[in-house]
Ligand binder design. Structure first.
Ligand SMILES: N[C@@H](CCC(=O)N[C@@H](CS)C(=O)NCC(=O)O)C(=O)O
Length: 235
């Protein structure tokens, strides 16, 4: 069997893992997980104890959770092509550094804004969270713009796992309408360029249940009960 990526909808950060899998050319399948209902169910927690997406079910029935672990797993399986970078090299350290920034500072900046839309709060609480999140998202964009230093891609001279993860998080700005991305020219250019990537178009189509044309190793969708059966068989 090919690995199964559990991706969350709507607006899941697993978007980046779908893009990375497409770019990798590795065979894989997808399992859709509705948030917050299914992701917090006891069934899904057998896949991911934290009740979060993404997760990856491997050929032997074992699972990996956390975007960073999944992305590095994909990278390690593609050493030698443009995505895989050997651990121990400076290129790997640069990639890991950028991924860590995206997975902590950039991701977390949106946390208060998500909390404010997903929970019943009074007006003062909502205002405080919105102000906190807005300042954090602005600061994270300024930092990322400086880190990009006018380059075309986040790391090195071509697309990497960092660009794949970036595009899934950066789109949250369009949902929350915090910054005008055009004020961050390098970041804006990267975001726009990524929208033209077939892998990104594919991930959007999958999330919106539209006709999705894979340019990678996509082998179809499975439902959660089928995936859980594979987990059991291997246990
Ligand atoms: N540290 C985890 C965070 C994963 C995470 O927060 N996933 C969100 C979607 S982006 C989720 O599953 N949330 C559950 C929910 O919304 O109920 C990672 O980087 O993979």
């Amino acid at each position: 069997m090919s690995p199964i990526l559990f991706y969350g909808v709507p607006e899941g950060c697993s978007f980046g893992s779908i893009v990375a899998l497409e770019w990798s050319g590795l065979p894989y399948r997808l399992c859709r997980v509705e948030m917050p209902e299914i992701v917090s169910s006891e069934e899904y927690k057998r896949i991911n104890m934290a009740g979060e997406t993404p997760s990856l079910l491997l050929e032997d029935g074992s699972t990996i959770s956390e975007s960073m672990a999944i992305l590095h797993h994909i990278g390690a399986r593609t050493i030698g092509n443009h995505l895989g970078v050997a651990q121990g090299s400076m290129d790997f350290d640069r990639l890991n550094q950028m991924l860590a920034f995206l997975n902590t500072t950039f991701f977390q900046a949106f946390g208060p804004l998500w909390y404010a839309v997903e929970h019943p709060l009074d007006a003062n609480e909502k205002r405080a969270l919105t102000a906190y999140g807005t300042a954090a998202v602005e600061k994270a964009h300024h930092t990322l713009e400086r880190l990009l230093e006018d380059r075309e891609w986040l790391v090195g001279n071509g697309p990497s796992l960092a660009d794949a993860y970036f595009v899934g998080i950066a789109r949250w700005n369009d949902f929350h309408k915090v910054v005008d991305r055009r004020q961050f020219p390098a970041l804006h250019r990267l975001y726009q360029r990524m929208q033209q990537e077939p892998a990104v178009r594919f991930a959007h189509a999958i999330e919106h249940r539209q006709e999705a044309k894979s340019s990678g190793g996509f082998r179809g969708e499975v439902d959660l009960s089928e995936a859980l059966g594979l987990l059991k068989q291997a246990a």
